[in-house]
Design a protein. Sequence first.
Length: 522
Amino acid sequence: MMHPSRQAYVEEAQPEDRGIDLDSIPIDHDYDLPATASGIAPEKASALLSQFERKRLIASIVVPTDDGRVRAKLRELGEPVTLFGEGPADRRDRLRELVAAQQQDGLQQGQDVEMTDAGAADEDAEDQEEEFYSRGGPELLEARMEIAKYSLPRAKRRTEFQKQESTIPLRTHVKFRKQIKERLQGFELQGSQIAGDRNVSMTRISPNGELVATGNWGGQVKLLGIPDLEVKKNLRGHTNKVSGLSWFPGATLPENNVSPDSVNLASGGAEGKVLLWSLNQDTPLASLEGHSQRVCRVEFHPSGRYLASASEDTSWRLWDVETKAELLLQEGHSRGVYAVSFNSDGSLLASAGLDSIGRIWDLRSGRTVMILDGHLDGHIKPIYGLDWGADGYRVLTASMDGWVKCWDVRKVQRTGGIGAHSSSVADLRWFKGMDDPLLGTPPGKDEKGSQLPKKSGTFFVTAGFDQKVNIFSADDWTLVQSLSGHTAPVASVDVSRNGKWIVSGGHDRTVKLWGRNDMESI
């Protein structure tokens, strides 16, 4: 059916157009509108010419035919990725109009728009993940081989346990997880401590559950005891806001033989430095420098040999902890990278940031194996938190849009989502317990020879700018309990591996300890 406006135009024009010689109709777009002869006022004629010129300009602009690239371009321009009821064709038209407006205003000359036709887009669709590669040296090649040697046996061990776990009846899982939920509902505030003169930005519990490392906006790093929250050590080295903290794998655990004189902790600061710390001195053992802007997060590889750092300079980097050398500078985000996280195998790294997109990288090859940005599934605001599950193939993302979303690498899609907080979700941690198949001792079998379920991976905790710490079930995505006590936005949260403690830090300058009154684990 013809659009009403077009129909009206035809009906009005038909009586007058019957005597028009069709050969006299111009076929080009250089319209001549004489103002005096046509009776059109000069200002109206000028407006019509401007309108025609704008349409010609819009028609001449070439934009990507691939909807993913169109979305990325809109995001770069600071525009909404999609509008209500907008389809891919409408989105391309809107991008054309935006670029045309910028050209007319003299803000851009169109060079930022990728001149890609449909054929080229189809040819490149399979290789889009290869756009962001950095050339590496022999040290990186050796690191990739070492990571492969380290991760493959762990992946085999994990999948073998998952095969045994698959034999557990559903009713056993339901009963077991119901008991865990009941115990989590008993968590209450057990202690609170002011941890500096500025907002607390980061809290991370040591592997043995007896210390919590905190960082604040003043550049202070403190080690507090659990459960008394008394200051055990002040670490001096950062000159600006501390954004990232990570414990060395197995640090503080006697059975792992990690010397207190060696690297036990890493931190990242807004001055762009990554510092490595021991437990026996208050000055750093080493400073890793290379980032040109704030270091937002740091994370140790499960092997302890490598360290990843995320920065607002739009890159994440991989460092050799022993040699202190930078192995990899990885680009791939259009804005600052805010979070990085390794899966428990050590083969994959997830990165995400202020461009609202997450990427999962295979460290053994350097390839992007998944982009966390579905057309309707992705976050619409910056991503602040990332953490892998104990199963090794699911990752959680926390965003300024208030949502936590779960992504499955095997299915290459989002598999769950929760409106976790009424405002920004600043941090999240997936519980990895002492019975984790890779990080601890997996559960055995009962007296009947049946496999027992594990606690590891059954829940996760989040910190929100709505001043709450929330506990969620990781199987049905329900809210188990909301912990209230902070009087300002909560910036960070962590859960101990023994399941006894949850620690949070916020803009009220306090570190708070949550646990059961019987001081027992879940």
